[in-house]
Ligand binder design. Structure first.
Ligand SMILES: *Cc1c(COP(=O)(O)O)cnc(C)c1O
Length: 388
């Protein structure tokens, strides 16, 4: 092991590669090797690596104003919030820095709403397999089995039920329940979409029992699933939504959005030093301007269709499993094969793909990946699968 890596806390097994440059769907390492990237910083680089749209917004804003403090308005903060409101069903935005922080804010907002409107109700129903982040509270909200024994005691107040099981949700509701929180497509669990009847049923349950429906769109939002937000494709209106990842096109920014009726924070209850800073909100605004262009979603859906077809052909050829997901958040089951092994072999052949589950591979390429690049990714996977 290269000694210089000893200075980095080993929170994940990293390959001994140092990436130095990126362009579109390609990453370049310190040896000059070139990698085709279907991970994109974990579905973060909406427009690929170093898109001029992102880089120009960042450099221009860096020369104007970087931080005026969260206690003052700034131009990009206001413009970006209005853009999000204009294109969603929500009324107000709170900016933060990471998905975890936005989700933590959503949980706080739900608890405050429960205090004001529901006799102190505070419990959230969340789901097995869910991933909501890595703060103590968002780990408590998550349903990832490996998290359960870690860092106990975690924040109380989360009731976990099986995903896509409406009956289990109905049974879990009690007088202290204030919210139901879910990912419209569970990402880390291996790209598991919510059934339309399930999400619509949750909306009905929430209405019936006076609960808030919170969607964690940190991974599914910002055109990733072929609509600007995944909730739109289900035809429902959530009360609260969180965004992260793709919102910044690579830079750290997240957001908590809520309907006016839920915007109950009072001064002093929520904040953060970097929240709404003009550097990040300027980038986010540029990303939003791009993904809300009239033809942008059409392009995402065409690429999705093409990649889905290619994955299904691979599945057929090599006896793999199900292909699922929406837009450019797709997964393929690998049958008997260990997905981590396939991902490791792909890395050897300079293709980056992610193995979120033992037998599932996930694809989250740039939303502007070219068809030729999709072909190249499939070609490499095909070589790897032939050799296994
Ligand atoms: C990545 C992710 C998070 C956490 O976001 P961070 O920026 O890593 O804190 C939360 N929810 C979902 C659905 C995610 O995919």
């Amino acid at each position: 092991m290269n000694k210089q890596f000893d200075a980095i806390m080993p929170i994940t097994p990293r390959p001994e590669i140092i990436f130095e440059q990126g362009e579109g769907s390609w990453l370049y390492d310190s040896q000059g090797e070139k990698y085709l990237d279907c991970v994109q910083g974990w579905a973060v680089n909406t427009l690929g690596h170093c898109s001029p749209i992102v880089t120009n917004a960042l450099t221009q804003q860096a020369g104007r104003l970087i931080n005026a403090s969260p206690a003052f308005y700034n131009g990009p903060m206001v413009e970006c919030a209005n853009k999000l409101i204009e294109h969603s069903v929500f009324d107000q935005v709170f900016f933060a820095n990471t998905g975890s922080e936005a989700n933590e804010g959503a949980i706080k907002l739900a608890r405050k709403w429960g205090k004001v409107h529901k006799d102190g109700a505070y419990k959230c129903i969340t789901f097995d397999g869910a991933f909501h982040g890595r703060t103590l509270t968002t780990m408590a909200a998550s349903g990832k089995a490996a998290f359960a024994p870690m860092f106990e005691p975690k924040t109380p107040g989360f009731t976990k039920v099986p995903y896509n099981d409406l009956g289990a949700v109905a049974e879990a509701i009690d007088a202290e329940t204030v919210a139901i929180m879910l990912e419209p497509i569970q990402g880390e669990a291996g790209v598991i979409p919510a059934d339309p009847e399930f999400i619509n049923g949750l909306r009905a349950l929430a209405d019936e029992h006076d609960l808030l429906l919170v969607v964690d769109e940190v991974q599914t939002g910002i055109a990733r699933t072929g609509s600007l937000f995944a909730y739109e494709s289900y035809g429902i209106e959530p009360d609260i939504m969180t965004l992260g990842k793709g919102l910044g096109g690579g830079v750290p920014i997240s957001a908590l959005l809520a309907k006016a009726s839920c915007c109950v924070f009072e001064a002093g209850e929520q904040g953060g030093t970097y929240n709404g800073n003009p550097l990040m909100t300027a980038v986010s605004l540029a990303v939003l301007n791009e993904v809300t262009r009239p033809d942008f979603l059409v392009g995402v859906n065409k690429r999705s269709e093409y990649l889905t077809q290619q994955l299904m052909a691979l599945s057929e050829q090599f006896g793999l499993g199900n292909v699922r997901g929406k837009g450019l958040l797709l997964a393929i089951d690998t049958g008997e094969l260990e997905s981590a092994k396939i991902a490791a072999e792909c890395l050897q052949k300079k293709l980056l793909i992610n193995a979120p589950q033992q037998h599932a591979l996930r694809f989250m390429p740039a939303l502007n990946i070219s068809y030729a690049e999709i072909d190249q990714a499939i070609e490499i996977m095909s070589e790897v699968l032939s050799s296994l």
